[in-house]
Design a protein around this ligand. Structure first.
Ligand code: PMP
Ligand code: GLN
Length: 383
């Protein structure tokens, strides 16, 4: 393995899921749903295969999907993207993120990540030869807030890009309008680009609404907005995502993407296009169901002795393990499958600065009610 990839030899999700499978544990570690997305969407993919849509689709993605993505962003947020030049279909949000960094960051340029951060960001920055800087989330009441002083200290003339993720994996934090405005302010001031990872844009709870940072003044021209069908339509295995932004930025993303995967999977594209146009009622029902699951798991974790943090969105809730006589989340999670038959993910793996996060573990609640109930039963056996 090349030096720049060595720190990222294996992902925590692969490791914890393998452990869960080996021990027969309920997997509340890796965030993927265990029920299917909307039936009509699945049928469009089946029909596409039966109809012979099985060869390379166009490099930027099928027009039907690019048009649906642009129409969806316009309808929900008033964001305007030209489907021909400002929308790129990718192999999941993961490829959109890597291609954005590879296409737009020169070796040695700085990329600012909000810590804790989704694991692929640091690896992709390293692949691009970028220099990672971090800005922490800090405790705020029972949840988390962006450290604005640290943000202003981290962003400067050497910053090429700021990576923003709201709703936020792993904490479930939804950044406030004031936090987004502060990020936009430093980005504009220092002429930095923003990569906005919005894969959980539909998964906000308690009536909250999502604000794309690309909508803020001065941001459209400097923001690459990334999202994906994975979470919105419960198809994490379809690996169908997208990057939207001004043509000059999306063209750079496309230049990198074409040598990573060339194109994205064909039969999924008309299916996701169908879903974006017709399955928003299904998405709303999923959101309500997830909110209920968040409440169920949160209450059970609290009863079992965890210090449960607020989750305003995503699939995830974080919990403090201090009451169990340890603050070592990594050891706790490595032992948990054998101990009670439940898998979780330590939050410290998402951070360069481990100390503030060691005592927190992340649980995924995007599971069937019966699976969640069995997980909860097992959590109650934790002494
Ligand atoms: N960003 C975040 C914050 C995620 O949690 C994930 C994982 N689902 C991704 C990106 C990757 O998305 P995809 O599966 O579409 O590649
Ligand atoms: N996004 C999911 C998570 O955070 C899964 C990602 C993955 O397996 N790479 O758990």
């Amino acid at each position: 393995t090349v030096t720049r990839l060595q720190p990222f030899a294996s992902t925590i999700f692969a490791e914890m899921t393998a452990l869960a499978v080996r021990t027969g544990a309920i997997n509340l570690g890796q965030g993927f749903p265990d029920t299917d997305g909307p039936a009509a969407m699945l049928e469009v993919a089946r029909t596409a295969i039966a109809d012979g849509l099985n060869q390379y689709p166009p490099g930027p993605g099928m027009p039907v999907l690019r048009e649906a993505i642009a129409a969806d962003r316009a309808a929900r947020y008033g964001q305007r993207f030209d489907p021909d030049t400002e929308v790129l279909v990718t192999v999941g949000a993961t490829e959109a993120i890597s291609a954005t960094l590879l296409g737009l960051v020169e070796p040695g340029q700085e990329v600012v990540l909000i810590e804790p951060y989704y694991d692929s960001y640091a690896a992709a920055v390293a692949l691009a030869g970028g220099v990672r800087r971090t800005v922490p989330l800090v405790a705020d009441g029972n949840g988390f807030a962006l450290d604005l002083d640290a943000l202003r200290a981290a962003v400067g003339p050497d910053t090429r890009m700021i990576v923003v993720n709201t709703p936020h994996n792993p904490t479930g934090t939804v950044l406030s309008d004031a936090e987004l405005a502060a990020i936009a302010d430093v980005a504009v001031r220092h002429d930095a680009l923003v990569l906005s990872d919005e894969v959980y844009e539909h998964l906000l709870f308690d009536g909250r609404t999502h604000t794309p940072i690309g909508m803020l003044p001065g941001m459209a021209e400097r923001t690459v907005t990334v999202s994906s069908a994975a979470k919105t339509f419960a198809v994490t295995g379809w690996k169908t995502g997208w990057a939207c932004g001004p043509a000059v930025l999306v063209d750079a993303v496309r230049a990198a993407k074409q040598f990573m995967s060339f194109v994205a999977g064909g039969p999924f594209q008309p299916a996701v296009a169908h879903a974006l146009r017709h399955e928003m009622p299904w998405v709303a029902a999923q959101r309500e169901s997830l909110q209920r699951k968040r409440d169920l798991l949160g209450a059970a974790l609290a009863e079992a002795g965890f210090g449960v943090r607020d989750s305003a969105g995503t699939y995830f809730v974080c919990a403090d393990i201090t009451a169990f006589g340890t603050t070592d989340g990594e050891a706790f999670c490595r032992a948990l499958p054998e101990r009670i038959g439940v898998a979780a993910v330590p939050v410290s793996v998402f951070a360069d600065h481990k100390t503030p996060w060691n005592h927190l573990v992340r649980f995924a609640f995007c599971k069937r009610d019966d699976v969640l109930a069995e997980g909860i039963r097992r959590l109650h056996t934790l002494a």
